[in-house]
Design a protein around this ligand. Structure first.
Ligand SMILES: Cc1cc2nc3c(=O)[nH]c(=O)nc-3n(C[C@H](O)[C@H](O)[C@H](O)COP(=O)(O)OP(=O)(O)OC[C@H]3O[C@@H](n4cnc5c(N)ncnc54)[C@H](O)[C@@H]3O)c2cc1C
Length: 453
């Protein structure tokens, strides 16, 4: 390490006493939700302001020490870790600053749950929420952020008006699609490579009063995707997802959709479901408040924590598939990964999107008018590293299969990737990302866990 502290004296002085080197802090920051990779950092830093972030990054750049921003640590493959570096734990930087008529300003370490709780009482909501709200704003804006409304509104990164960012040289900058747009486009979905997001201005839309949630079951995955396409084309539901759940007979394909309404008006079930090809009589329909609907995974989290499964290894796999090849790919994967392999709590997610809604330049998605998120959510037995290694090998093989069929990786999961993979992954976006990296993080200190630079 070739430290040149004189280059950044200010930052060096202001953070030294605030680095946590204790075992408990380093151990927690050396772990993530995946429990597959464990790399303890040299220190943990918990900023209380963007100025703190700036000082820390200056200090780290002077020391040539890696810095990994960490939102909530829900990565599954060490993406927010920094072996022998500094983990910048943003969980304390979580204030909601302002909720305006159609926007909000929020710190990057805030969870999406706190965003919902600050906006819904004012009749507003972000247009796109992830299924699980315990993720941080900065964490999902660094990867994309997809959910049941992505088919209408794109990813969470497509709904950002402005960002405050500390770049790898420790400079605090504000950027948007109109000001410092190069930085804006390098940071949104940019996997933490060029800057640490400290605050975001998010677009808001009116929140619905009530939600009617539909679960419909299908005989085959092809019938499920046929209806998903039909619903995409008709834009009938504001929320649309799907999954294959394990049951005694194998995979059970399920479509999930939601209609928003304000009583006394009610959704007309018959006209919404009439032309669909699900198994008649299989419908599960329930009415919920909007908050209960968007925060529906809280109960599952509590259950999984109680059984201990939440703390098992999660070698998850995520990809975007072209609509033209999705059916064959899903069949092949469903044959290779059996319900027994992933267990009762696991699922294969299948979410359909209209590609023209996906506008974040650096988030790579297949060149097809219809794109599907396809994910394998599974746990591996604890204390059986060979089982995890085998799953990781399979994940890599599945990724190659998907790539050959025109798919791309959603880089939040557990797939080994080297530099050549990343260059191929970013494709035409690689030169601009590379240029932005050299400009904004010239010492390559930011976010080593992604393994890109
Ligand atoms: C239970 C669960 C449910 C999920 N559901 C969804 C879902 O519905 N939709 C979806 O799209 N994804 C989902 N994901 C994946 C999730 O979006 C990503 O893993 C996300 O990055 C996790 O957010 P986090 O705050 O925990 O980020 P972390 O794991 O802390 O960080 C993720 C990456 O972003 C970087 N980073 C974090 N904060 C910042 C910042 N402020 N500035 C710059 N870089 C930063 C980190 O260094 C790291 O490389 C889910 C994951 C889990 C475990």
């Amino acid at each position: 390490m070739t430290g040149r502290p004189a280059e950044f004296p200010e930052g060096r002085l202001s953070v030294r006493g605030r680095l946590a080197h204790d075992k408990a802090s380093r151990s927690a920051a050396g772990q993530d939700f995946g429990r597959v990779v464990r790399q303890e950092p040299w220190a943990v830093f918990r900023p209380e302001s963007a100025e703190d972030v700036s000082a820390l990054v200056r200090f780290a750049a002077a020391q040539r020490r890696a810095v990994a921003p960490r939102g909530r640590g829900h990565s599954t493959f060490g993406q927010a870790q920094a072996a022998d570096g500094i983990v910048l734990d943003l969980s304390g930087l979580r204030a909601v600053h302002e909720v305006g008529p159609d926007f909000m300003d929020v710190d990057a370490g805030a969870s999406w749950r706190s965003v919902v709780l600050a906006t819904v009482p004012r009749g507003l909501t972000p247009p796109v929420l992830t299924d699980y709200l315990g993720l941080s704003v900065g964490g999902t804006l660094s990867v994309g952020g997809v959910g049941g409304a992505t088919h209408r509104h794109g990813m969470q990164t497509d709904n950002v008006l402005r960002l405050d960012v500390v770049t790898g040289d420790g400079v605090a900058r504000t950027c948007s699609a109109h000001t410092e747009s190069t930085l804006f486009h390098a940071v949104l979905g940019g996997l933490g490579q060029c800057g640490v997001i400290t605050r975001a201005r998010l677009r808001l839309v009116p929140a619905p009063a009530r939600v009617r949630r539909y679960k419909l079951y299908y005989a085959t995955p092809r019938r499920l995707t046929a209806d998903q396409r039909r619903l995409l084309a008709s834009d009938r539901f504001p929320y649309l997802e799907g999954q294959l759940k394990p049951d005694a007979s194998g995979w059970r394909p399920r479509l999930e959709a939601a209609a928003f309404f304000s009583p006394p008006e009610l959704p007309l079930d018959e006209s919404l479901l009439d032309d669909l090809g699900h198994e008649r009589g299989s419908e599960e329909i329930e009415d919920l408040s909007y908050v209960d609907f968007v925060d529906r995974l809280t109960c599952s989290e509590a259950d999984l924590r109680a059984t201990g499964e939440w703390f098992h290894p999660h070698p998850w796999w995520n990809a975007f598939l072209p609509g033209s090849t999705v059916d064959d790919l899903v069949e092949e994967v469903a044959a290779r990964v059996t319900p027994d392999d992933i267990g009762a709590g696991g699922a294969l997610l299948l979410y359909p999107f209209t590609r023209r809604r996906l506008t974040t330049p650096i988030v790579r998605t297949p060149d097809d008018p219809v794109v599907f998120l396809f994910a394998i959510l599974r746990t591996a037995p604890p204390d059986q590293p060979t089982a995890v290694e085998e799953i990781i090998r399979l994940n890599r093989a599945l990724y190659e299969q998907v790539r050959a069929a025109g798919g791309t990786r959603y880089p939040v999961g557990t797939v080994p990737f080297d530099r050549a993979d990343w260059v191929r992954h970013f494709g035409t976006a690689w030169p601009s990302l590379h240029e932005a990296k050299e400009r904004y993080d010239p010492h390559h200190v930011l976010t080593p866990g992604q393994g890109i630079f």
